[in-house]
Write a protein that binds this ligand. Structure first.
Ligand code: SF4
Ligand code: SF4
Length: 454
């Protein structure tokens, strides 16, 4: 065990405003807007139409794609629209809009699976898939697919409870408020791989969670207190800290025998298996210097962001920046009409006092960005080549390995928008690859037609 990784930074954790705030249920809004894209992979197709009456937990969207997860109604009521609506990623996405009848009438499918063989991977992945569970730490990778693709390759199960981004305390609160359910979920995820031991990585800035889980866990779950260092919770860095194994560039955790699940995912697995409850809600930390009453709220998926901020007492200052997720990796929100999704672990509103923008960002070649990059990249040169759109040089510098953690941007005294430029670089490389593949396909088809003519 190395309990360390290369690079990283120490931003203030800013968690004090909500770490003692017990999560409380937010009353569901009069309408929920549920996008058909709540996971990595092809979006779901709506399985309901306008006018249908739906129950809480009823499936309302699904897909036959292997990397997908079905979507469920987070309230009972009437479907009033099936149309593109604003997604927190800024695009318009097909969504199911449900008028809440206020009754929360449960769907008949919500029944515990206690009688089933929960160590049978097929049974378990089917339950988890049907419950629509995805990586709830923000990655949204479908959990059932992660299990089935890791079977036979994995010797180590790791639970990610690092919660290394400043401000966010939703996983911390879940561990304190539902330790038995979290532990039961971890045991399910361990047994499905035929393993006897799981590791839970928790940053040392959550001593109460470390103490509580250590007391409650048996020998089959090892709590690993980790240095408070960003990005401790990034998958590859967590694996290195806990096992000492390094995931190779471009590789996956399974390449080094590991699989990582977020702690809220483990909790959701428990609920799916023992309560029959699909992924229809999640804990959201609401904080930032603009928020009147920073808090943790249990929000139904599809709740408009404005409804969530209202429940936190509204704004005491006009926000200049609203983020879904943490200040390092969160997505900027341009409208509070966007909904809470499965990936929403935090909503932060800032007045802009902390903005580091300058009119003329300049590299002073200090090298600090390389010192902190956990992926051992050279952000200074990557930035330069992105400016020139030199995709070949960018690929040689492994820009596609950038995990967009934001550590380089945070440390840069020249105030360069490094992470944003790497996001752009990766998008350009992907677009170029897609263009080349399309051109090759067209050329092959043309040749085939010419041969057929002869
Ligand atoms: S940290 Fe910023 S200023 Fe320093 S070398 Fe990197 S890009 Fe240049
Ligand atoms: S954003 Fe990318 S380049 Fe910058 S520190 Fe993180 S991994 Fe390295």
């Amino acid at each position: 065990m190395s309990n360390s990784f290369f690079g990283g930074i120490h931003p203030g954790d800013a968690k004090a405003s909500t770490s003692k705030e017990a999560s409380r249920p937010l009353s569901p809004p009069s309408q929920v807007v549920i996008p058909m894209s709540l996971h990595i992979g092809p979006p779901c197709t709506p399985t309901v139409k306008v006018g249908d009456v739906v129950k809480l937990g009823q499936k309302i969207g699904d897909s036959e794609a292997p990397i997908s997860a079905p979507i469920h109604a987070s309230v009972s009521g009437k479907v009033v629209a099936v149309e593109p609506r604003l997604h927190p990623n800024g695009s318009m996405v097909m969504s199911v809009v449900i008028e809440n009848d206020g009754l929360d009438t449960p769907d008949e499918s919500i029944t515990p699976h206690d009688g089933e063989n929960l160590t049978d991977p097929e049974v378990l992945t089917a339950i988890i898939r049907e419950a629509g569970i995805v990586g709830m730490g923000g990655a949204t990778f479908p959990t059932a697919f992660k299990i089935s693709s890791g079977l036979g390759k994995v010797d180590t199960v790791i639970i990610n409870a690092a919660e290394c981004e400043p401000y966010i305390t939703s996983d911390h609160r879940t561990m304190l408020e539902h330790p038995d359910e979290v532990i039961a979920g971890i045991r399910i995820l361990t047994k499905v791989f035929g393993l006897e031991l799981a590791y839970v990585g928790i940053e040392k800035n959550k001593p109460d969670a470390i103490e509580l889980l250590s007391k409650k866990c048996g020998d089959d779950i090892k709590i690993m207190p980790l240095q408070t260092r960003y990005p401790q919770g990034a998958e590859k860095q967590l694996i290195q800290s806990i096992t000492g194994r390094e995931v190779p560039p471009g590789g996956l955790p399974a390449h080094v025998g590991c699989v990582v699940f977020n702690v809220f995912t483990a909790y959701s697995v428990y609920r799916a298996v023992h309560e029959g409850m699909p992924a229809i809600e999640r804990v959201v930390t609401v904080a930032g210097d603009c928020v009147n009453t920073p808090t943790n709220l249990i929000c139904r998926i599809g709740t408009p962001l404005e409804h969530v901020f209202e429940a936190a007492g509204g704004f005491k200052l006009p926000p200049r920046k609203v983020l879904m997720g943490g200040p390092m990796m969160g997505n900027a929100q341009f409208s509070l009409s966007a909904p809470v999704i499965k990936a929403t672990n935090a909503l932060l509103a800032f007045s802009g006092k902390e903005d580091k923008n300058v009119s003329n960002p300049t590299c002073i070649r200090c090298g600090k960005c390389s010192e902190v990059c956990p992926m051992r990249l050279v952000p200074m040169y990557m930035y330069m080549y992105e400016r020139k759109s030199d995709l070949e040089s960018l690929e040689k510098l492994h820009v596609t390995d950038c995990i967009e953690c934001g550590a380089c941007t945070y440390i840069c005294p020249g105030r360069l928008h490094l992470t944003q430029s790497f996001r752009t670089a990766k998008a350009k490389i992907n677009a170029e690859k897609a263009r080349r593949q399309a051109a090759e396909k067209a050329a092959t088809e043309k040749t085939a037609k010419e041969v057929a003519k002869v």
